[in-house]
Design a binder for this molecule. Structure first.
Ligand code: GUN
Length: 281
């Protein structure tokens, strides 16, 4: 039995943000980020405010455009096109989820791929899948930083990604594969999830189900990255992994909160600066 070391996402994110701020200070321009929020989904509110604060601390020109819940798809597309055409804007992020009258896919495909700091446009997803340089989704990119910080060897390792979303699971698998892991993607229709997970030397859980991954799903000595952030009825915030039990078997594990969450925002800042430098030369 081991007791896992805790991978401190707050600390790794603070280091990354400090490095980015130092880089921003050397640029002859100020990278511009625009976050578009439609309606007032309360979970998004905290996230959007944290993004804005972190972006300003890093020296970016950051603003949130708040649109009403009743915004039509055509109106939102017009806002996105205006941002595409604005030379002061390097980075566009449309906060998800969107109200039901708006098709997210249509909106994401309208964002200029060069300004798509979420990396959700099919052009950026395709570049990632084919090993070309492009903008990479922030959460899986943050996970790669955490694995590096934990000193986890990736090349040749058996990595299991639990979840197959476009936002986390699929790009996560692509990044691990690009880093030479042997990657398995498992999901709600997988037979015997527990034994698939038990084979993982690196386990990334991104399903959004509170404490679904039990302690005995974890191999002794594994690195466990928990992307889930789930609010329980009693108000507690927990991940997709039973942290207490998994800590008894893993070599290293991320906590929730304070693991992957802070990295997502740091990577958004990093993507904004990368997009600005690529666009402005
Ligand atoms: N909603 C929850 N996570 C995300 C994210 O990474 N990007 C966007 N645009 N919306 C989100």
């Amino acid at each position: 039995m081991t007791t896992a070391s805790i991978i401190d996402g707050k600390e790794v994110a603070a280091g990354l943000r400090a490095r980015i701020a130092a880089r921003v200070a050397t640029l002859p321009f100020t990278p511009g980020l625009r976050v578009v929020r439609v309606g007032d989904d309360p979970a998004s509110g905290v996230y959007v405010r944290n993004k804005d604060k972190a972006a300003k601390q890093a020296g970016l020109d950051s603003a949130t455009l708040q649109l009403p819940e009743t915004t039509t798809e055509a109106e939102l597309l017009a806002v996105v096109r205006q941002l595409n055409d604005d030379p002061a804007v390097d980075a566009i992020l449309v906060q998800l989820p969107l109200p039901r009258q708006i098709r997210a896919e249509t909106v994401l495909e309208t964002i200029d791929p060069a300004k798509d700091v979420d990396g959700f446009h099919a052009v950026n997803a395709g570049r990632l899948a084919t090993g070309q340089a492009g903008l990479v989704p922030c959460t899986p990119k943050g996970v790669m930083h955490l694995l590096a910080a934990a000193g986890t060897a990736i090349a040749g390792a058996r990595a299991v990604v639990l979840g197959r979303s476009n936002i986390v699971g699929k790009p996560m698998a692509a990044l691990l594969l690009a880093a030479d892991a042997t990657v398995t993607v498992v999901h709600s229709r997988t037979r015997d999830l527990a034994s698939e997970c038990r084979r993982a030397e690196i386990l990334v859980a991104a399903v959004g189900r509170p404490e679904m991954v039990k302690g005995d799903w974890i191999a002794e000595g594994a690195t466990v990255i928990d992307v889930g952030i789930n609010r329980l009825p009693d108000g507690r915030l927990v991940g997709d992994v039973d942290f207490a039990a998994a800590s008894q078997r893993a070599a290293a594990i991320t906590p929730v909160p304070g693991g992957v969450g802070p990295m997502t925002i740091a990577c958004l800042i990093e993507n904004t600066v990368d997009a600005a430098v690529a666009r402005r030369g």
